[in-house]
Design a protein around this ligand. Sequence first.
Ligand code: BGC
Length: 450
Amino acid sequence: MTLIEYSSESQRIAVDEIIDQFTIDRDKLDEIVSHFIKEMRKGLNAPVKSIPNGTENGTYLALDLGGTNLRVCQITFWGSGKLAIKQEKYEISDSLKTGHHSQLFDFIADCIHQFLIHLGDVHDSTLSLGFTFSFPVDQTAIHKGALLRWTKGFSAAEAVGRDVVEMLHEALERKNVPVKVVAMVNDTVGTLLAHAYENPTTIMGVILGTGTNAAYVEKLDNIRKLNLNGSGDMIINMEWGAFDNERQVLRLTPYDEKLDQLSLNPGEQLFEKLISGDYLGKITHNVLLDLVGRNLLFSGRSSNKFDNIGAVRTPHMSIIEADATDDLAYAKQLLEVEFEIPETTLTDRQIVQRICCAVGLRAARLSACALCAIIKHLGVENQKSAVGIDGSLFEFHPGFKHNLKQTMREILGNNADNINLEQARDGSGVGAALAALYAEKDHADFSSQL
Ligand code: BGC
């Protein structure tokens, strides 16, 4: 990064202090990894048995709810790792996310209906569907599980505590859509299943997108809470977004605190709030507003547009972080034209870029801690393995992949090179369809409640 010519000493000090707060040094990395491993051993949850080997075949519907869009897919598995997908995406409005659950599920039922009409596939016989539902669920069977809490800006009323599949079935009945939900999985589980279908060395499915979480393959012997005999593997949904809500090792900056306080779920999902796409833009915005308020940025001048809550989103950070022009022309365009800031100097734009990079870097370093904790817990550092990762942050955020890998090298040394971080696409759709396939063929084996 180029040297910044600060306009005053107090500006330099303020920016350096902020960067410091977002910095995670080597010792802190180790502390977070150790605490993560301890927490993992305390509570393992939501097991699903069996992972694919690529030979599965059949045609299934899949539904994906939990990111920015709703997706309905039809997936045909040809065996030998090959498949074909037809899909449609539907935008979920904020009012649906935060209204009554029946409106949200009615909308989903309508989308499935519309999809089937486009497919020309509406007949009397009932179709089987796998549902990727990407929120914390207390799952008691392959097609049964109560919503524990909403995350990522959802808060649809009277849903927490209710069986998710039941809510969807009620809506499908209300709308007369001949579809039966035979399996429900988390997106991380779907990603793991789908990636394992392509690459059998897969040990983990990770989402680094609007939200963040991971699922991994655990040896049965390790699951102390389960009173099961025998050996084999099980998939564990970590729900790592809720890691260290007790703040034993996580340090929140005042900007993170503000984000948390204004969120729909204060005190919850703290790890996720420091990492995922739903939040990074908001944290950055909080920093920039603070600097403007202290007359240390944009000569203290903001705009109505820039003052709006939620004005800065994570994709804006991507534009600024990726700006390699001498005068940060893309950042200038964004700040002055889109956000209507009256005027910005090169120093202003360099400061903004430095802040964006610091927030993005912290997210990548924290993600690396979580990944390495699972790898160490499994003791697979020396083994060539694949991690399937999906989500906009991993796929598109500038420098994210590089920072993630670099931090893994800091934690694991050369062993980090045994772990392939692979782009997983469509895990939510394909994984849900695979889960449906298992459920129908009676391969699925969910534990009784833990
Ligand atoms: C949810 C997880 C999900 C993750 C990624 C989190 O907010 O709690 O269930 O896997 O987002 O979508």
